[in-house]
Ligand binder design. Sequence first.
Ligand SMILES: *Cc1c(COP(=O)(O)O)cnc(C)c1O
Length: 393
Amino acid sequence: MKTYHVNKEGYYGEFGGAYVPEILHRCVEELQNVYLDVLESESFRSEYDNLLRNYVGRPSPLYLAQRLSEKYGCKIYLKREDLNHTGAHKINNAIGQVLLARRMGKSRIIAETGAGQHGVATATVCALMGMECIVYMGQTDVERQHINVEKMRMLGATVQPVTSGNMTLKDATNEAIRDWCCHPSDTYYVIGSTVGPHPYPDMVARLQSVISEEIRKQLLQQEGREYPDYLMACVGGGSNAAGTIYHYLDDERVKIVLAEAGGLGIDTPMSAATIHLGRKGIIHGARTLVMQDEDGQIQEPYSISAGLDYPGIGPLHANLAHERRATVLAVNDDEALAAAYELTRLEGIIPALESAHALGALAKIDFKPSDVVVLTVSGRGDKDIETYLKHLA
Ligand SMILES: *Cc1c(COP(=O)(O)O)cnc(C)c1O
C-alpha cells in the first residue's frame, strides 16, 4: 500500500534524509537508533500522556464554530491548540523531546527560535524539569519579540542573540547546529518543527500526532464518524499541520489543505511561500524545497507572521505537495489579517497570525453544505495584538 509516512532511510519520496557535518554523524545516528524505542515505551508514554493532560491541558477542544460555518456554507470545527499552556501546539513537541533527552542522559538543552514561541515552550519545559537551557535567537528577532525574550529569561533560560546573516531564524538555526557540533556528548538539540535531519521530522510529527488522535475520537463523538472531509492547517516548518493530518495521511477520503505564507504575494520578492517558490535543495540537514536564488543562496523569506517566515519546509510536506496528496494555498498578509478579524468578530477567538493563514484559506475553497472541515487554530493571538492593532479593521 502507498504510504506518505517516512521510510526506514528517513525519506518521504525523494525528500528528507540526514545531511549533517561529519562531527554530528554519531549524534544523529544515536538519535535515529533510540527515538522510536523511547517514544513507544510504556514509561515514556505514561509520563508524556500525564504531562499533556495535567500540565498542557489536553485534550484540546474540537469546537464547532457555528457562525463561521454559516459564513462558508459547511460545517467547520476548530481544533483549539491555542488553549494549550504557553499558547500554542509547540509545547507538545518540547515536552516529548526534553523527556527523550533526559532518557538519553543529556544534561544540556539547546534550541533555536524565530518568533520565540518554540524558545518559550522549550524554556518552560526545562524549568519544569530543572534542566539547563540555551536558546539561539537572531538579534533582529530579539528586538522584535522582546516579550518572549523576557519570558525565556524569567524561566531561567539563556537567550543567545545571533548576529550573523540577516539575524533571523535561519541564522539562529545555523548557530544552534554549530553549538551541537561543539558539545555532541552532553547536549540535546530540541528542534521546533518537522524540519532538520532524520529523525527530527518524523519524531516531531509523532509528538504532534496527539492532535489527530484526538480529532478522531472527538469527531466520532460529535459527528458520528472518525474522519472529516477536509483537514486544514498553516505551515511554517510544518509541525502543527503534521500533527493535524498524521493519522489521516494514508486515508484518501480526507482532503488535506495546507496554507503557507504568501506575504505580499508569490509574484513579489516579499513572500515565504516555500512550496510555491522553492526548488529542491538542502537546508538544515534535510533535502527539501528551499527558497533560493540561481546560485543556490538561500533567499530571505518575508511574512507578516514570524512563525511562518522560514525559507524551507518539512520534507513530509514537500512530498505531499509533490504527490498532490495535499493542496497548498498561499495566503497573503492582508488575507490573513482579514481572516483573523473575521474569526474574532464571529466567534470571539483571537487567533495567532500563523493560524490566521489557515483561516484565510477557507475563502479559496468551494465547500459543499455537507462537508465536515477540521481547521487547526495552532496558537492564540496575544503575541500579535500590536500587529493587529496597526491594521485595525
Ligand atoms: C511556530 C508556529 C507555527 C508554525 O510552525 P509549524 O511547525 O509549521 O506548525 C504556527 N502557528 C503557531 C501559533 C506557531 O507558534
